[in-house]
Write a protein that binds this ligand. Structure first.
Ligand code: PAF
Length: 282
């Protein structure tokens, strides 16, 4: 595996592969890789002849009171994991390479509507930062396929909409969420949990599963949302939201909707975790 830090170097490698008829698969990450990322990488490798990963902690997607400065950075360990996973090219740019004008002054990409709901309400500007950096990375790498995790369901939906709206020639593939044995979705932010919080956290997925069962049984959305919040609070957690939405556009679900997703966000002392469960109603 080769590691590069400049846009020019990425373009040169990718151009050579694509002129030889090779298909390029891409996984953008913020590093601190774990088994969840490895599953994205495995899926990407099945979809392409060459595999590129980026490691970039994107300042534009962090709010002023969020953890940008402290976000875990483990570049040497990430490099080892990517090499072991069969990565061909790791792109690890400096902030100035991606935002030469500074992340405040450059051009931005916003997916309206979708970026303001759910997590967008609690993290103003977050999804604008995500769509901007992913659009830039797609222009830099020019992959034929890119893989994103279903754990960040709203992010995945926004990227799909951006790609469709901007006619970007990249296929978006979704990778299922990887969980610990007790159901907690893997996330770099799990390491911020105290031992007590880690013991409480599996209640998130258990509550989502209970909601999905009730949805399958025909219960109404309002009572599922209300009971979800109550169950999380009863487990000692602080939910920001627990919402039943239509999978395609995250709009509040219509009575007849079949493709549904239940999403939630929970606050801990030093972390905020998100999770979701999708289901198809008969
Ligand atoms: O999911 C992430 O790790 C980030 O939001 C992404 C897609 C790499 C953009 O910075």
């Amino acid at each position: 595996m080769e590691t590069v830090t400049t846009i020019a170097a990425v373009r040169e490698r990718v151009r050579a592969w694509q002129s030889a008829g090779q298909r390029v698969a891409f996984v953008p990450t913020m590093g601190n890789l774990h088994a969840g990322h490895v599953s994205l990488i495995e899926l990407a490798r099945q979809r392409g002849d060459r595999f590129v990963a980026s490691i970039f902690v994107n300042p534009m997607q962090f709010g002023p009171n969020e953890d940008f400065a402290h976000y875990p950075r483990t570049p040497r360990e990430d490099e080892r994991m990517l090499a072991a996973a069969g990565c061909d090219l790791m792109f690890m740019p400096e902030v100035t390479e991606i935002y030469p004008q500074g992340s405040e002054r450059g051009t931005r990409v916003e997916v309206p509507g979708l970026s303001r709901l759910l997590d967008g309400e609690y993290r103003p500007g977050h999804f604008e930062g995500v769509s901007t950096v992913v659009a830039k990375l797609f222009h830099i790498v020019q992959p034929q396929v890119a893989v994103f995790g279903e754990k960040d369901f709203q992010q995945l939906t926004i990227i799909r909409r951006m790609v469709a709206d901007l006619c970007m020639p990249v296929q978006i593939v979704a990778a299922p969420t990887v969980r610990d044995a007790d159901g907690l979705a893997l996330s770099s932010r799990n390491q911020y949990l105290t031992a007590g919080e880690r013991a409480q956290a599996p209640a998130i997925y258990a509550t989502l599963q209970a909601a999905a069962r009730r949805l399958g049984g025909g219960a109404d959305f309002t009572s599922i949302e209300r009971d979800g919040v109550r169950a999380l609070e009863a487990a000692g957690l602080r939910p920001d939201y627990f919402a039943v939405r239509q999978s395609a556009d995250l709009a509040p679900a219509n009575v007849g909707a079949r493709e549904l997703v239940v999403l939630c966000a929970v606050r801990f002392s030093k972390a905020r975790l998100i999770d979701n469960i999708s289901m198809t109603r008969a």
